[in-house]
Design a protein around this ligand. Structure first.
Ligand code: ATP
Length: 233
């Protein structure tokens, strides 16, 4: 059963068409990775799924749990179970511990970040601290679909491993869309499907994420335009 189904989605941002006839289907409990060059539209897809008003759906639809959420407000989408770890999360004038008290549906404790709990969210946090703060919020929200936007950016090797293992342990049964430019996180997540996005649409999807990643590392994204690896679900 699919949790998320995106059909022929076309999205404009400030008058510019960024997503163009994009299709994506994610089954419940699956992990998918979205790969693609800079400016291909990955973050635009994330913002569209979350429901930011600037991202205007011009055609197509987004089905979540079999319901069309294309016209639903951002807060309602979060209520229905969509959450994200952002690449550049905003600073918020509230202590992390207080924020967790407000949103908590599920208890989670991460060793070694106790001092962060007493600080205002993302104010003066290091890149790594920000990621841990974001992930603890997402786990606390207990969503069904989690989008991890460049989870690995700004994390050292040990903290990337710590964070990936924490997500695997706490969000094991969830549906995860991982957006990344690096291979390291893929080894921890071992996605069920890999997708390549070029010019606002998904041009290649395969279960063989290792092969897709190897081809991208060897040839860059140019080769993806003519690659025959793609297989329909
Ligand atoms: N508000 C905006 N106005 C005009 N163009 C925009 C706007 N927001 C995004 N774009 C354009 O949409 C395209 C896709 O941007 P997006 O951030 O989604 O790419 P991305 O794949 O996430 O890139 P990266 O890997 O560099 O993070 C880019 O060309 C970007 O300049």
């Amino acid at each position: 059963m699919s949790l998320l189904k995106i059909d022929n989605l076309e999205v404009e941002v400030d008058g510019k068409k960024v997503l163009n006839k994009l299709n994506l289907e994610m089954g419940k409990g699956e992990t998918h990775v979205l790969l693609g060059p800079n400016a291909s539209g990955k973050s635009t897809l994330l913002c569209t799924l979350l429901g930011f008003s600037k991202y205007k759906i011009k055609a197509g639809k987004i089905l979540f749990k079999d319901e069309d959420i294309s016209d639903i407000e951002i807060e309602e989408r979060a209520q229905r179970g969509i959450a994200a770890v952002y690449q550049n999360p905003p600073a918020i004038n509230i202590k992390l511990s207080k924020l967790l008290d407000k949103i908590r549906k599920k208890n989670v404790k991460i060793e070694g970040i106790e001092s962060l709990m007493q600080r205002n969210v993302n104010i003066g946090f290091s890149g790594g601290e920000r990621k841990f703060s974001e992930v603890i919020q997402v786990i606390s929200l207990d969503p069904d679909l989690i989008i991890l936007d460049e989870l690995d950016a700004g994390l050292d090797v040990e903290n990337l491993e710590r964070l990936c293992l924490l997500i695997k342990e706490q969000l094991n049964d969830k549906t995860i869309l991982l957006i990344t430019h690096r291979g390291k996180a893929l080894n921890y997540f071992k996605p069920d499907y890999a997708h390549v996005m070029l010019d606002g649409k998904i041009t290649c999807s395969s279960k063989d994420w290792e092969k897709i990643w190897r081809l991208i590392e060897e040839n860059g994204y140019e080769k993806c335009k003519t690659c025959k690896l793609s297989s329909a679900r």
